[in-house]
Design a protein around this ligand. Structure first.
Ligand SMILES: [Zn+2]
Length: 223
């Protein structure tokens, strides 16, 4: 576990940062897949269990909510997520996605059990020193966490910084097959790019310290 910005700890859950979670202030952001529970608990214990106030999700996909129920139960903390993903979290299914074998595989091996959402998050809500921004598209209720004072963006899957098949690093849009509305997600990419973030933390891929790469990606977006 590494502190990548003030009170922002990166928890790599898969090799090469292919799946990440974070602790920002007293909040666990995302929880990998079902079998990520042990690694998450180890990281949480390093920070101190008592310091974790709540678990928040950027979105309720199987590679982000896999260990959510287990962690919330063990730590006795509430789960918060964006309004549009509450139904997916509470049903335990990453809904509104095309039926294909990869998603069926994820459902079977990655998806965590349903868990009640204690609070739905909205544009402008504060989570520690971060502000919630609504960034729908990859999922209906996708949110990111933004800290203006040092330009830190916890971006979830609005953008990725790795190719999940080749594991090569590189800034990119999330894979279309996992994205419920590609055009809407592009609007969200433009929204976060306007902030000119200095440090971008992704659900997938290493942390990026270069907003020029983001400007280039935005300039090349269709539409
Ligand atoms: Zn993801």
């Amino acid at each position: 576990m590494k502190e990548v910005a003030k009170n922002v700890f990166l928890i790599p859950l898969f090799p090469k940062h292919m799946v990440n979670a974070y602790i920002i202030d007293g909040f666990l952001v995302d929880a990998g897949i079902r079998s990520s529970e042990k690694k998450l608990l180890k990281a949480i214990n390093q920070v101190g269990r008592e310091k974790i106030e709540a678990h928040v999700l950027t979105h309720a996909h199987p590679d982000h909510q896999g260990a959510s129920a287990a962690i919330c139960q063990q730590l006795n903390i509430p789960l918060w997520c964006g309004q549009g993903d509450v139904a997916a979290m509470e049903s335990g299914l990453a809904s509104e996605e095309p039926e294909n074998f990869i998603i069926r595989f994820q459902q079977r091996f990655w998806t965590g059990p349903a868990y009640p959402v204690a609070r739905s998050l909205h544009e402008g809500d504060q989570v520690g020193s971060f502000t919630v921004l609504e960034t729908p598209g990859h999922s209906p209720g996708h949110i990111v966490f933004w800290r203006e004072e040092d330009g830190v963006l916890i971006a979830g899957d609005v953008l990725g910084n790795a190719n999940l098949l080749t594991t090569m690093t590189g800034l990119r849009e999330p894979p279309e097959i996992f994205t419920s509305d590609v055009a809407e997600n592009r609007k969200s990419i433009r929204k976060v790019a306007k902030l000119q973030p200095k440090i971008i933390c992704f659900g997938h891929g290493p942390v990026l310290h270069n907003s020029n790469q983001l400007n280039q990606l935005v300039a090349a977006l269709p539409g």
